[in-house]
Write a protein that binds this ligand. Sequence first.
Ligand code: F6R
Length: 240
Amino acid sequence: MEFHVYDNARAACEAAGALIMAQITRKGDSVLGLATGSTPIPAYEKLVGWHKEGILSFEHVRTFNLDEYVGIDYANPLSYHAFMEEHLFSKVNLKRKNIHLPDGHSATECQAYDRMIYEAGGIDLQLLGIGRNGHIGFNEPGKEFVYGTHIVTLAESTIEANARFFKSPDEVPRQAVSMGIGTIMSARCVVLVATGKEKADAVYNMIHGPITPEVPCSILQLHPCCVVLTDREAAGRMEA
Ligand code: F6R
């Protein structure tokens, strides 16, 4: 696992944007695994900027998002569909047919999502944020790692953390559909960005803790190509 600490959150996220840019430059038809949440926004801003400057084309890029809430209308600005439209999809030349988000709620639809990723040749670069509790995608702490795309019940700490986007915690959906740990681990390269002091424990446990489904991100210790980019706050326990 490679670990890089930046002076501030924006720099860490922009570095993730640069790795995505390099990936697309090397392989024009790259398959990207994408994340939502506050963390990756500066990465998407950089990608949009490079696209506008004419030095980055998404014409042949294919994307698969990590997750989506269950029970939320995709037109709702708080859905992950809407998030991706706002921050990336509407601003670059991705082809509609090449954009994928998990939107099924049945086991068959979840399996179909994994099959689409497989048929695309697998994910070249998977962008990840990290939950305060160590979740990646919406793989919450639990008794076992779940391999494929599946429906999850969100942890209380995740509902609390994501309540900032909603009018009240009661409005945060209780369930989501998420790529599984197996799919994430099958990506050829993983780029995880963690910023803010509330992520410091998760970052420490990811790198120095035991590999356990109680801390889902800890599985990344076994990934052959995992780059972790943090700001100073999220690296707080590493530097102690
Ligand atoms: C989002 C996702 C989540 C977030 C995590 C951190 O697609 O998969 O794992 O990356 O909850 O969210 P932020 O960046 O808002 O702190």
